[in-house]
Design a binder for this molecule. Structure first.
Ligand SMILES: [Zn+2]
Length: 369
């Protein structure tokens, strides 16, 4: 019995079937009207203007997929860091840059009336106020009405087709970049960080990870955390999905799983989120997990089949011990030469097929129906 309404999905005939939905995916465009730069360690060239060219190529591909493959792209997922923080530094540049990327997205939106999901990344917080990001009528679609919360929110879920729920997290609900007057989140975040990282994180241009080992490298100001309220909402959302027999794809700018990308790009309280992902048996899941490494948690089931992330430009992948696929998408900002870097995710009843272009790695991610 498939939650997508198909009964069988492994026959040769099924292989030729169109997917239930086809989703354009891209992360960390980080466009700026700036000359090329580099990362903090000066080992990677960042091509800010080239990124817009790659976005344009991606939209060309997504808007013509109906003609090329016989089924359309019906949804776009933009996984955050759409504009580089330097857009804010140059006077008035932010709006010009925003309109340049929106001109590309609108070629898609206007053609198809499709849904576009914009995730909040750290660079959104360098460029926009929380108030702007919370505005459901803003140019960026970073807030939407949530069924459970019964109000617009920066974490929410949507059902783009029967049997599939996209669960969008706000990975920066608690962080150092929410402004000074944001219910003291900034102060709370610096206090939290100082307990885990001895470096002075109020200073810029220094290596904040100095002396940190393994996943402790995540305790830096460009990451963040989700609140207890968001965790509770997540648990309730997954319970709702189980009840409705929906599969879930979780979207977050920051990775929720060790091994899915470099260790410095993981959510501060990722363990708490993973515990919820693995124990969505309905109702509160707080007390069920115990050790958290829980492959043995009796009766635990999860509707989550995959989590998609940005933030770590080189990308990565790992499947966890509950079978959830964790995929970090490569960034167009670091594309070399004429290389492309975007993907299209085809959702079937028993697998996701990520068709990567150029730098973005293609993957087939299977799961139980
Ligand atoms: Zn980021």
């Amino acid at each position: 019995m498939s939650s997508f309404g198909e009964t069988k999905s492994t026959t040769p005939a099924d292989a030729a079937k169109p997917p239930l939905i086809s989703i354009g995916v891209i992360a960390d465009v980080q466009y700026a009207s700036s000359d090329n730069g580099s990362d903090f360690k000066k080992t990677v060239v960042r091509r800010y203007r080239n990124s817009l060219r790659l976005l344009e190529a991606a939209v060309n591909d997504w808007t013509t997929q109906q003609e090329t493959l016989g089924y359309p792209v019906q949804l776009l997922v933009q996984l955050g860091d759409l504009l580089d923080g330097r857009c804010q530094e140059a006077n008035g540049d932010r709006n010009e840059c925003l309109h340049a990327v929106m001109a590309q997205f609108h070629r898609f939106d206007d053609d198809t009336d499709a849904l576009r999901v914009d995730i909040i990344g750290n660079h959104e917080l360098y460029n926009f106020s929380r108030e702007e990001l919370r505005n459901p009528a803003g140019l960026l679609h970073t807030a939407r009405f949530d069924e459970l919360l019964q109000q617009p929110s920066t974490y929410y879920s949507v059902v783009p087709c029967a049997g599939l729920r996209l669960v969008i997290l706000d990975a920066f609900e608690i962080c150092t970049m929410n402004g000074d007057d944001e219910n003291s989140t900034r102060k709370q975040a610096f206090e939290y960080l100082s307990k885990h990282n001895p470096n002075d994180m109020t200073q810029k241009g220094v290596d904040w990870t100095a002396g940190l080992e393994g996943t402790n490298k995540r305790f830096v100001p460009y990451n963040g955390a989700v609140s207890d309220q968001q965790l509770e909402w997540l648990s309730n959302t997954l319970a709702l999905a189980l009840e409705n027999k929906e599969k879930c794809i979780v979207l977050s700018h920051i990775s929720l799983q060790q091994g899915a990308c470099t260790e410095s790009c993981v959510l501060w309280n990722y363990e708490e989120v993973v515990r919820v992902l693995h124990n969505s048996t309905g109702g509160s899941s707080e007390s069920e997990s115990g050790s958290g490494s829980g492959s043995g948690s009796e009766g635990a089931q999860t509707p989550v089949v995959a989590c998609l992330y940005g933030h770590a430009h080189k990308g990565g992948y790992v499947q966890d011990d509950h079978g959830i696929h964790h995929v970090t998408l490569q960034s167009p900002l670091e594309a070399v030469g004429d290389e492309m870097c975007y993907g299209t995710l085809d959702v079937y009843s028993n697998r996701l097929v990520l068709r990567g272009e150029g730098r973005l790695v293609s993957r087939v991610l299977e799961y139980k129906t």
